[in-house]
Design a protein around this ligand. Structure first.
Ligand SMILES: [Zn+2]
Length: 346
């Protein structure tokens, strides 16, 4: 694991760690915070969470309660097609859909591709403007696919013909390539850097269509790499989703990430990667992610992260970047609107 610009632990600000003795500590709340009282926002405008996965289930109300308390006015969600109509009924234009395939039917890749294209048509009828290609290193192992693989080409072409923008997931945390970690076998999964030539091919193939590379392009560990990628490809934007990963790696190099955010503030979307389904545990889980993002982007907080993270230092740290209001406004809603990603957010 590379570690640069290590974070010096500093006492948490009293404001940020307002304790409530009756709060239950758990993996989403190791500091015993009262997530119901959200810290004041640095800006007043609406916030679009451009990357989440909302299922319609018993947890859905708790999720939207957390979102509302943290000022999240609209969501772009990778909701399964079977839940889309019900979520639209519940939230109207406050949700926009990101088209995803039904991964459960992946076993037969030929049938999967056909169904994926039909689902793109169906999502489009619900107003979806973005479609997601999940091409994590695991897909290389399971199907031998990357974005560049000919099997995927008809789906890309079909999505483009329907006017979709794209979201892609191409890489995972660098720590997962370490000894004993999921991607240690680079003969099977490729190296971390091997994940990027297919992305660059894709960016050129679909240009000038917008491509959102999820989770800070998969490489928050190397802000200079991301800066060069953004320089080379004008149609690339990043989203800030995957809270534990982003919080952990920002805390290791806050100055470098802040510099990237200031330089490329018009190319980054706010996203949480929250997954709303019944296997997750309620309000604190959802609120913890919004709390962590707010502290990270908006404040000079230096201290412990309230969220358990097995890949982090012990204790897990959170470093606030104290971004200026103009950058926050662009990241929170302005960029999504300019790129035509949301129906009528906020
Ligand atoms: Zn996601």
């Amino acid at each position: 694991m590379r570690q640069r610009g290590g974070c010096v632990p500093m006492p948490a600000s009293p404001d940020a760690t307002r304790m409530a003795t009756n709060m239950t500590r758990g993996p989403a709340n190791r500091l015993g915070l009262d997530y119901h009282s959200a810290p004041p926002r640095k800006i007043t405008g609406p916030i679009v969470d451009a990357h989440c996965h909302i299922h319609v289930c018993e947890q859905t109300d708790a999720f939207f309660e957390a979102a509302q308390r943290y000022g999240i006015a609209a969501h772009l969600t990778m909701t399964p097609l079977s839940d889309v109509a019900r979520l639209r009924d519940l939230r109207g234009n406050r949700v926009g859909f990101i088209a995803i395939p039904n991964w459960k039917s992946m076993a037969d890749s030929r049938e999967f591709i056909g169904q994926w294209m039909a689902d793109l048509d169906a999502f489009r009828r619900f107003g979806a403007r973005v479609c997601k290609f999940w091409m994590a290193p695991r897909i290389r192992k399971d199907l031998g696919w990357t974005l560049e693989h000919p099997a995927v080409r008809p789906v890309i072409d079909h999505a483009k013909s329907l006017g979709y923008r794209f979201m892609v997931h191409v890489a995972d945390p660098s720590v997962w390539w370490g000894d004993g970690k999921p991607y240690a076998d680079t003969g099977v999964f490729g190296t971390k850097l091997d994940q990027y030539p297919p992305l660059e091919w894709f960016l050129e193939y679909v240009a000038p269509t917008t491509v959102i590379a999820a989770h800070m392009g998969g490489f928050v560990e190397d802000p200079a790499f991301l800066d060069r990628l953004l320089e080379r490809h004008g149609n690339l934007v990043l989203d800030s989703s995957a809270t534990k990963w982003i919080v952990r790696e920002v805390a290791r190099r806050p100055a470098e990430v802040r510099e990237l955010m200031l330089r490329r503030g018009d190319r980054i979307l706010f996203g949480s990667d929250l997954v709303v389904r019944d296997s997750f545990e309620g309000f604190d889980h959802y609120a913890s992610r919004y709390w962590a993002h707010q502290m990270m982007w908006e404040t000079p907080y230096r201290g412990e992260s309230p969220i358990d993270d097995p890949d982090a230092d012990d204790p897990p740290k959170l470093a606030g970047l104290d971004l200026p209001p103009a950058v926050l406004e662009a990241m929170y809603a302005g960029n999504a609107r300019r790129l035509g990603l949301v129906p009528e957010a906020g």
